[in-house]
Design a protein around this ligand. Structure first.
Ligand code: MN
Length: 291
């Protein structure tokens, strides 16, 4: 089965009220994508019923991602902070199921921020236990979890595909997979080929982002290796374009990710270009089988 090609909704808007949800779905569809990924930074207020209707009307698949805040960090040593994180994750899971989605991804395993100390053993054990519990609950409602590998300035739990595999070994639940993102890989990994091979058995979600998070092909990410590796391993999970500019601001996400610059202003042009870029690369590397 070919991959679903998707677009992160923050390409369109930082406001996820009913109007923002509906317009981001419609614009994602118009740009040529199969899937839209909603940021669920605040799952308590997310209008899943509106998302479900908009996705159905547009015949688009929905997924969701989040990074835990500091006060709800399941990798904390403080039981109250861990409990807040567990509650946030369970709420996010409910929202994904309510909107008819089947995938929840991102930095689910800890708080997304610059940490000033390494992860403690107890913090790691708390994180693993909470993700194992969430994975069971997710399976019961037909949702699959993918844990995003992000760079050292956004987590201290793991920063490479191999690090994620070691964490998944501890979780020991097949309803959790690895989520790789080329923007983060470009900072932390040896190259943009080997990690896709290393994680291929357990790779469930891929973010396609440029080194500066702007237009694909205008930075230093090695997309030739990326798409060759995905073809070589037969990856068939979602491939989702992620890009951020200060032209579109999310009150919760933009500051956490350090989006201080305007790298683009025309969301429609950016997204249509990304859709073509991803599909063209997939089509080209597929012919390698004929060589
Ligand atoms: Mn990402």
């Amino acid at each position: 089965m070919p991959s679903l090609i998707g677009c992160h909704a923050l390409v369109w808007t930082g406001e996820f009220d009913a109007a923002g949800i509906t317009s981001s779905v419609e614009r994602t569809k118009a740009a040529g994508f199969d899937l839209v990924e909603f940021p669920l930074m605040d799952p308590y207020t997310f209008d899943a019923a509106t998302a479900r209707k908009a996705l159905g009307d547009a015949d688009l698949t929905g997924s969701a991602s989040l990074g835990l805040p500091e006060h709800a960090d399941i990798s904390s040593e403080d039981p109250a902070v861990v409990a807040a994180g567990v509650d946030l994750l369970r709420t996010a899971l409910d929202r994904v199921a309510e909107m008819g989605g089947t995938r929840l991804c991102g930095v689910l395993y800890g708080s997304m921020r610059k940490h000033m100390a390494p992860l403690s053993e107890r913090g790691r054990a708390n994180s693993v236990a909470a993700i194992r519990d969430l994975a069971g609950r997710a399976a019961a409602v037909g949702v699959h979890l993918s844990l995003e590998v992000v760079n050292r300035y956004e987590t201290n739990v793991f920063n490479t595909g191999r690090g994620a595999l070691a964490y998944l070994d501890a979780v020991a639940d097949t309803n959790v997979s690895v989520h790789l993102d080329t923007y983060h890989m470009n900072i932390e990994e040896s190259d943009l080929f080997q990690p896709f091979l290393d994680t291929s058995e357990r790779l469930g979600y891929v973010h396609i982002g440029e080194s500066h998070r702007g237009y694909l092909g205008t930075g230093s990410v090695d997309f030739e290796s990326t798409f060759r590796a995905l073809a070589r391993t037969g990856y068939d999970g979602p491939i989702v374009f992620e890009s951020f500019s200060s032209a579109v601001v999310s009150p919760t996400l933009s500051n956490t990710l350090g989006i201080w610059r305007n790298l683009w202003t025309d969301s429609e042009d950016l997204a249509a270009h990304a859709n073509r870029f991803i599909r063209d690369h997939i089509a080209a590397v597929r012919t390698i089988d004929l060589h």
